[in-house]
Design a protein around this ligand. Structure first.
Ligand code: AMP
Ligand code: MN
Ligand code: MN
Ligand code: MN
Length: 283
């Protein structure tokens, strides 16, 4: 067994620079605590947390390796599809400029969601979510937290089901970047484009295969195969799709904050049958 395969990877995680609960420093601390050797921070539409995380690693001489990443919201066939970019240059001015266009869309959408919530009697949501986000890119998760705080729903899942999910009273579609364009953004910033959580879009097999076809044809490099909350059967199926569509395999918890369901590195086993996205990285 090669040394690389003994390392523990988690290539999808969030900080409070988007909708995660921990600071970049606290996330690194937790990753070390959970025995992660290689961690990608992949905040929604921003690379702002990466320099802070790297600085923390350097200051404390930690042996963990940080992979600079980002998770870009895209539109494909009228669906919101997330792409993770791994090994992107977080200082690339063009990437930052491009991500800023997404952040502007987030901002406009936040105002529009607040206006919709006002129609159902929930006032001042914008001010409250902006205060929860503390300058970070506003996400629907911040709205979900606000709805919990004011007692409208009991948890995140109910907030999406009743207010924020597609077709609900607080849902506002956003014109995110088109999927093939986002692949280009990631490539031009030196990164690998990874299709995030393919099983979480509620697509039928036919549509998922269409998505994988378009993603692969558009130059997509990899897809997430191993996630925390997943049956072995689903993982095997995704691994088979990766082989079928000639995509490398990635693993990621999509950690946002400590919870019993999702944890850094939890249950991210990838069979040696599959070629991992890190197969040719120098780590
Ligand atoms: P946004 O990128 O602002 O549209 O928000 C999407 C984020 O909300 C995702 O990244 C998740 O963190 C969270 N999310 C989406 N759907 C759900 C759900 N059903 N339950 C809990 N959190 C969700
Ligand atoms: Mn999120
Ligand atoms: Mn996502
Ligand atoms: Mn994510």
């Amino acid at each position: 067994m090669s040394e690389m395969s003994l390392k523990k990877f988690d290539l999808h995680s969030h900080t409070c620079c988007s909708d995660g609960g921990l600071t970049p420093q606290a996330l690194i601390q937790r990753a070390v605590q959970y025995g992660i050797n290689v961690l990608a921070i992949t905040d929604h539409d921003t690379v702002a947390g990466l320099p802070m995380a790297q600085q923390y690693i350097d200051d404390h001489q930690l042996s963990i390796q940080l992979i600079p990443g980002v998770e870009i919201s895209t539109v494909w066939a009228n669906q919101e599809i997330h792409l993770v970019g791994l090994q992107v240059d977080a200082h690339d001015p063009l990437l930052i400029e491009r991500l800023d266009t997404q952040l502007a869309k987030r901002q406009a959408r936040a105002h529009a969601i607040a206006a919709r919530l006002k129609r159902v009697g929930i006032d001042d949501a914008y001010l409250h979510v902006a205060s929860l986000a503390q300058g970070a890119a506003i996400s629907r998760s911040h709205f979900a937290q606000y709805l919990i705080n004011i007692g409208k729903v009991k948890d995140f899942s109910a907030a999406f089901k009743r207010y924020l999910g597609r077709g609900q009273c607080g849902y506002v579609p956003s014109q995110w970047v088109a999927l093939p364009t986002a692949i280009e953004w990631i490539h031009q910033a030196g990164g690998l484009a990874v299709l995030a959580h393919p099983s979480r879009y509620g697509l039928t097999t036919k549509w998922l295969k269409r998505l994988l076809t378009d993603f692969a044809q558009g130059g997509g490099d990899a897809m997430e195969v191993a996630m925390c909350q997943q049956t072995p059967k689903e993982r095997t199926l995704l691994g088979q799709y990766a082989q079928q569509f000639n995509l490398l395999c990635s693993v990621g918890s999509d950690f946002h904050f400590p919870s019993q369901w999702r944890e850094l590195g939890k249950n991210l086993y990838l069979s040696e049958r599959y070629l991992p996205v890190w197969h040719n990285w120098t780590i």
